[in-house]
Design a protein around this ligand. Sequence first.
Ligand SMILES: [Zn+2]
Ligand SMILES: [Zn+2]
Length: 345
Amino acid sequence: MKALTFTGPWELDLADRPDLHVTGDDDVVVDIAYCGVCGTDLGIASGAYPVAVPGVTLGHEAAGVVAEVGAGVGTVAPGDRVVINPTPYCGRCRMCRTNRINHCERKHGTESGVSYDGAFAGRYRTTSAFTHRVPDRVPLRAAALTEPLSCVVTGVRRIQPASLAMNTYVIGAGPLGLLYAWMLSLRGLTPTVVERSPARLDFARSRLPAGSRAIPHLRGDEELDIVVDTTSHLLEELLPRMAPGGTFMSIGLKERIASIDTMLIGDRSLTVVGSIDSLHGSFEEAFHLIASGRVPAERLISHTVPLADYRKGFAALGCDLDARRLGPAPEASCKVLLMPGEHVA
Ligand SMILES: [Zn+2]
Ligand SMILES: [Zn+2]
């Protein structure tokens, strides 16, 4: 099978790897149909998120069709359409036993597609607890957005607005930005999305929840009650502008050193909060919201390209692997899906 592997910053390789098969009783092997390109993948590819293990297959937002199951698996069978939860946890370590399974100490690294082989490949091997059946009426393309939405469900739970009238901003109209806009809206807030790329702004405008708007930049006089920064870049600039009782959430995964006045945090009762990964049923909640149409996942997909054309897919998101440059998205891109198996329905 083909697998998109990380060999070092700016070095991705479409490698030939042996086909995966079941090795344990609880194993499930999935033929991957779609796997989304995540900001994490761009960060890894460009060296900005220095966590990936060289040699690893990238990709963690996948859906496909079950190819093989171990003898003890009763929940899914070959031929079933499934979506994959790429964030295993042990249930026994200190993090798991204190309700922080997203930071499990024994998920052999941080996440599949980062520290062990992920799903930008013809096949992916996992276990039964981390595969979820997708009903026929739900397109696999849409199901592939379950993992990023699950991360957003986790994040939005950490924002406790004092009032639904709070001025809410999401910085960045990439997939996470738009998914945050939808989840904050489902929670009753009315987020404004801020995006400096005109092409992305255009794409976002017709895909926002009712009442939300998209603008090219913040004005100097906006009163900021809740800010979700998907870029990693704006804490230093925006924290001094946060209104009392406000919440600044940072979810980007790019290294950035910021200098902030800690007095502001106490003096203005500010909350600075981060969030990552799936937690306590967020994956099921995300899948429900996609399957029920409450979040229009499929409309957030801008590109679907064969795995062999991964350079095009990454370039659409501003990650130019040839020029070794990571910048703003040059075109109207949002969620880009790679197709490892064009034969998989
Ligand atoms: Zn991701
Ligand atoms: Zn654990």
